[in-house]
Design a protein around this ligand. Structure first.
Ligand SMILES: [Zn+2]
Length: 327
């Protein structure tokens, strides 16, 4: 009898130890990304220099698995019916000081509200980020989990690049004449290495790179969809057309400004566009995080119009892929 009791106590002890181990592990996973002296696969030297400099422990550096996955990756699969299809690209700006994440921090809560509003109307947004937003998201595990939750609900993560020819440059370029500039932060490959740590797929499929001089030299590798435009009424509707940027085949669709300024499309113009839409076309809308913060009612009116008119609003690369069938 005593032997049995002792044996049971021994196994209970083992169980308790195992449970402690599990608990400890799950807590470990919730630690912040940077500052644990380990440069894991989601970290880069730019993002977490304290973990990823030459002397830091770096067990994942030799991994090339991500590379192989990327070439086979495709955007989130969607089913498109006979209703009009649209995308809404939110340009997330770098702010006036690209060396900091001050700007994303300022508008972070507005972005959370915008996503909640979009969810209410079953609108799937395309979140076109300057890298400052990726840096801000990756710096905090809670934010990263939140963004991946948005992605799981159907919102798409994309790249928006303010190149060195823009008034507010995001600091990244392939153009050698800007690489000695004090505001230079890295090459486009280094930037994408950082940004593609945000989506759970490890891949960004769509981009809007501006200004026009920057689009070609700074087009990122393996990004298959380009969005651009805004001022011309005709840019509300487009059929994907193939272009070549930085040696890559890219599908181009246009979008029209909404709620930005007096040159933006009115709600009535968007409604006309929905009526004029034909199969094979996409209706494209673009505005900034800031425009939502300043005009939430205008944005809600747009989402309501989409819902009332049975417009299917999806991430731009999912939509383009559903039309062209190949990347
Ligand atoms: Zn912009």
């Amino acid at each position: 009898m005593l032997k049995k009791i002792l044996l049971s106590a021994f196994f209970l002890g083992l169980l308790a130890l195992a449970a402690t181990g599990l608990f400890w592990n799950s807590n470990k996973d919730e630690k912040p990304l940077c500052g644990n002296s380990v440069c894991d696969e989601r970290e880069t030297e730019l993002l977490c220099p304290e973990d990823c400099n030459d002397t830091a422990v770096n067990p994942e550096k030799e991994e090339t698995v991500i590379e192989t996955n990327i070439s086979a990756a495709l955007p989130r699969e969607i089913t498109v019916g006979s209703n009009p299809v649209a995308f809404v690209s939110i340009h997330l700006e770098p702010g006036s000081n690209a060396n900091t994440a001050d700007y994303p921090e300022q508008y972070w809560n507005d972005l959370i509200d915008l996503i909640a509003l979009a969810d209410e109307y079953e609108v799937h947004l395309t979140l076109s980020m300057n890298p400052q937003w990726s840096i801000y998201i990756l710096a905090d595990e809670t934010r990263l989990t939140q963004v991946r939750g948005w992605e799981a609900e159907g919102h798409e993560l994309a790249y928006h690049g303010h190149g060195p020819h823009r008034d507010t440059w995001n600091g990244y370029t392939n153009q050698s004449e800007f690489q000695s500039d004090k505001n230079f932060l890295g090459t486009i490959a280094e930037m994408m290495d950082l940004m593609e740590q945000v989506p759970s797929s490890g891949h960004i499929f769509a981009a809007c790179v501006s200004g026009p001089e920057d689009t070609d030299p700074d087009w990122p590798t393996n990004v298959s969809v380009r969005t651009d435009g805004g001022l011309e009424p005709s840019e509300l509707l487009s059929t994907p057309v193939q272009e070549t940027h930085n040696g890559q085949e890219v599908w181009y669709v246009t979008n029209r400004q909404y709620a930005i300024n007096k040159s933006s499309a009115t709600l009535a113009e968007v409604a006309e566009g929905i009526s004029a839409w034909q199969s094979g076309e996409v209706l494209g809308i673009v505005f900034h995080e800031k425009n939502y913060a300043e005009h939430p009612d205008e944005v809600e009116a747009l989402f309501k119009l989409f819902q009332d008119q049975n417009v299917q609003v999806e991430g731009v690369s999912s939509l383009v892929y559903s039309i062209v069938g190949q990347f």
